[in-house]
Design a protein around this ligand. Structure first.
Ligand SMILES: Nc1ncnc2c1ncn2[C@@H]1O[C@H](COP(=O)(O)OP(=O)(O)O)[C@@H](O)[C@H]1O
Ligand SMILES: O=C(O)C1=C[C@@H](OP(=O)(O)O)[C@@H](O)[C@H](O)C1
Length: 305
């Protein structure tokens, strides 16, 4: 993670920069007076450049130091938890959006591996909604037969019928977040059901999808499964073909969450730096924009449309 993290540190006492030695990492702002006196006290706003992070680990190792032209001082080293803030922002965002949803459900759509399940679970948790994974519902309706087995034993079109049945059932429910299967967007009837709630498209670049899928394997994703070739290349080729066939269908969703746009907004080099919480925050923001537009449209008199 390349982006700087801003963190406040309560410094315990006066620091005299001349008394410290250490290699400065990051920077620390302090007042002109402190600069002149080469000492300072109190709250410091530090920009940390973490060495490495991982969204599952949720913490970064860091060093905060101050320096002037001649000296530098290591003030604090250890672990910080930037995502504590992120979780709080996510919770607040959900609380902000929730009253305007009026109990409407949310349907996450997107290519295989786009994070519908991961992000959907997070969104349901902070909203206090129930979470459903469409593939899991289909498997349950088939006494635990896996999606991969359903494809092999009954074919794709049978699976698509089950998928539509599952969406029909879900469409009568309120306050649920649904992770749909990547192919749910290809049948117009499925959109009729999903439009009972708000649909959100997780738009993830194919390279990132292929990396994620190669990491977990393709056993549970029959449309990508292939014994030959290296996992990334096979996944990328298959995903490209699928994208050509149905890419446009995802744009029917009410809200689009583009990982490339979030990465640019946050100053990250790669979309792989984005955490599921950051993506969920953006999803709520896009839902908010959709609801605002919807309200504006509702307020326009019929004759003016
Ligand atoms: N933001 C993310 N960064 C890195 N890996 C992710 C992210 N979101 C999901 N993943 C991983 O990608 C894989 C697919 O995610 P999943 O939520 O199952 O996608 P989908 O439900 O759209 O198929 C999982 O292994 C998951 O841990
Ligand atoms: O894209 C698709 O056609 C499919 C995606 C899968 O779901 P995920 O998107 O959850 O992997 C699953 O429904 C099935 O393997 C078909």
């Amino acid at each position: 993670m390349e982006a700087a993290i801003v963190q406040r540190f309560q410094l315990p006492s006066w620091f005299d920069c001349r008394n410290f030695e250490g290699k400065p990492h990051g920077s620390l702002r302090y007042t002109q007076r402190a600069k002149d006196e080469k000492r300072f006290k109190g709250l410091a706003l530090a920009h940390l450049q973490p060495e490495r992070t991982n969204y599952r680990r949720g913490s970064v190792s860091s060093e905060v130091s101050c320096s002037d032209n001649k000296t530098s001082a290591l003030l604090q080293a250890g672990s910080v938890h930037p995502f504590d803030d992120e979780d709080l922002i996510l919770k607040r965002k959900a609380e902000e959006v929730k009253p305007y949803l009026n109990g409407r459900s949310m349907y996450l759509v997107g290519m295989m591996g786009s994070g519908k399940t991961t992000v959907g679970k997070l969104m349901s948790k902070v909203l206090g909604y129930s979470f459903f994974d469409c593939d899991t519902l289909i498997e349950q309706s088939m006494n635990g037969t896996s999606v991969a087995e359903i494809f092999v034993n009954h074919g794709e079109s049978f699976f698509r019928g089950k998928e539509t049945d599952a969406l029909k059932k879900l469409s009568s429910m309120y306050q649920v977040v649904v992770s749909t299967g990547g192919g749910a967007v290809i049948r117009p009837i499925n959109w009729k059901y999903m439009h009972n709630g708000i649909s959100i498209w997780l738009d993830v670049p194919l390279e990132a999808l292929a990396h994620r899928i190669a990491a977990v394997g393709t056993n549970s994703r029959p449309l990508l499964h292939d014994e030959s070739g290296d996992a990334y290349t096979v996944a990328f080729k298959r995903l490209s073909t699928i994208w050509d066939e149905r890419g446009e269908a995802y744009a029917n969703a009410n809200a689009r969450v583009s990982l490339e746009n979030i990465a640019v907004k946050r100053g990250y080099k790669a979309v792989s730096d984005l955490t599921p919480a950051e993506i969920a925050i953006e999803a709520f923001e896009q839902v908010q924009s959709f609801l605002e537009k919807e309200e504006t449209m509702d307020n326009i008199p019929d004759g003016d449309l």
